[in-house]
Ligand binder design. Structure first.
Ligand code: MN
Length: 506
């Protein structure tokens, strides 16, 4: 429902050179850039259009290009490349002004050296080997966050690195100005879902504001019977709907209540142009049920969500869903719920009271109704399913008081080892990397939340690129993680992030 104008988004390709080589060489550089950009667009691996900009040969042009990138809402990031040597002092003012994500692609127009014919003209045209080092020095000297990708522009691995970063930049662009609704406040006494919303807005560009559940109820009450009938028919076509919930069944009214809540919540979110929301089961005045099905379906449409007021997970879920758009595998709100402590193969069962996104359902989901032990409301309708086997990640954004930390654990989801006939919620079962004990201890030392963004589509690399763009700490737990090393990294990071603002001074 929240559509961004993806088709119009662009990446700008900024090529550096200088006047030393004469107009003929500059014309050649410009032609080569056109050819490169056209070819890369043709490969179709990068999810937005790459746009070549005129070759930059002086400080005023660089500053103008950077300012243009800043002010053009279509531009989600810039790729820099020094086709020839481009003395980097001419980039200082521009790059200090640049506020869009930046990738430095260390490539070269010619892939192979023409050994038999190579002469000084060739040498002077294909200078990225030293030109990009001059650029890299300045980027490091200015402490500029960026991603460096190495490889010829036809190299599929390099294109994948660029594509992954592009997705991180799209996630970032989508957060700028994003509005998230915190419906009700925090679940009382819970610590990790709290945080500094002012710092978050300054850091990530999204705003979180509170709404009373009554603001939603107003929309829920305006839903018409005809709308509800149409939506329940849609449910019956799409899901394996439990017999009592179907039309004519003795619980059909509960399904209609669920549909009413979905329609009302959708209308509320559309009216406020929100990209995500949080709820809390402690504050449901005027709603008959805790929104389960509604939240599951809204997440599947790309909205962020966090339960119990968890606005940080809500924002990260939205970012992850934006990054993942078009990739295979779903992305959901998740909670480490309970463990299978088989010493030979310890497993985590992830779930929530209700709110697991339909995008991670394996096969057709069942639409069921069961009592909910907490909240004191009518039995909520919900989708029940297993999440598929496959490589996935759990990610958690926490507020450490002086900074945000993004923690990611790589996991391997498996099919549940046995059927779960009595479990009335959607669920995922996974093994942690590198192993259960290291992953859990590492997560707990890092301060990771019980709520996460769980994704089969987003990888550590997407989140590393995202963290670099955002300028936040990233802690990864995966294959190769060693616990005592991780603990030392956490200690080192305390010092680094205390000093980093000072290091950024020139
Ligand atoms: Mn929870």
């Amino acid at each position: 429902m929240q559509t961004t104008s993806d088709e119009q988004q662009e990446l700008w390709f900024l090529t550096g050179s200088q006047h030393l080589y004469g107009p003929e060489a500059l014309r050649q550089v410009a032609d080569n850039v056109q050819q490169l950009v056209q070819a890369v667009n043709g490969f179709g691996r990068i999810p937005v259009k790459l746009v070549s900009k005129p070759v930059l040969t002086g400080p005023e042009e660089v500053l103008k290009a950077c300012n243009d990138a800043n002010s053009d809402s279509k531009c989600v990031g810039v790729i820099l490349w020094m086709h020839t040597f481009s003395p980097a002092k001419m980039w200082i003012t521009g790059l200090r002004a640049l506020r869009k994500p930046m990738l430095h692609w260390h490539t070269q127009f010619n892939r192979m050296l023409p050994w038999a014919t190579i002469d000084m003209d060739f040498m002077n045209l294909n200078q990225a080997a030293h030109g990009d080092r001059e650029a890299g020095f300045l980027h490091t000297r200015l402490r500029l966050p960026r991603k460096v990708v190495v490889g010829h522009w036809t190299d599929q691995e390099a294109l994948d690195r660029v594509a992954t970063w592009t997705r991180a930049a799209l996630g970032w662009a989508d957060l700028q100005g994003a509005r998230f609704a915190r419906i009700g406040d925090n679940m009382r006494y819970v610590a990790v879902t709290e945080g500094d919303k002012v710092a978050a807005e300054a850091k990530f560009g999204f705003s979180v504001n509170g709404y009373g559940v009554g603001d939603v109820v107003k929309f829920v009450n305006e839903v018409s019977d005809a709308q509800i009938t149409a939506l329940t028919s849609e449910y019956e076509g799409r899901y394996n709907v439990a017999r009592p919930l179907r039309k004519g069944g003795d619980r059909h009214e509960s399904l209609r209540d669920g549909a009413r809540i979905e329609l009302g919540l959708r209308a509320f979110l559309k009216d406020g142009n929100f990209k995500g929301f949080t709820t809390t089961f402690e504050d449901l005045h005027g709603l008959k049920q805790l929104p389960g099905l509604a939240v599951q379906r809204l997440m599947a449409d790309g909205l962020g969500f966090g339960a119990e007021g968890d606005w940080k997970t809500c924002a990260m879920l939205r970012a992850a869903k934006t990054m993942a758009k078009g990739l295979p595998g779903g992305t959901s709100f998740m909670e480490d719920y309970t463990y299978h402590l088989n010493p030979a193969d310890p497993l985590v069962l992830g779930s929530h009271m209700l709110e697991i996104c339909e995008s991670i359902a394996e096969g057709q989901a069942s639409l069921e109704i069961h009592p909910l032990g907490i909240g004191g409301k009518a039995d909520p309708v919900r989708l029940v399913f297993n999440a598929p086997a496959g490589a996935a990640i759990n990610a958690s954004l926490i507020d450490l008081g002086n900074r945000f930390r993004l923690i990611v654990n790589e996991v391997d989801a498996i099919a549940p080892p046995e059927p779960l006939p009595k479990l009335p919620v959607a669920r995922a079962v996974w093994r942690c990397r590198p192993d259960f004990k290291t992953a859990c201890a590492g997560w707990i030392y890092s301060g990771g939340a019980h709520h996460t963004v769980y994704s089969y589509a987003v990888t550590v690399e997407h989140l590393r690129d995202f963290a670099e763009i955002a300028g936040v700490e990233l802690v990864t737990i995966g294959s190769g993680t060693e616990l005592q090393e991780l603990r030392q990294t956490l200690r080192n990071n305390e010092v680094y992030y205390h000093l980093a603002p000072g290091l950024g001074q020139i």
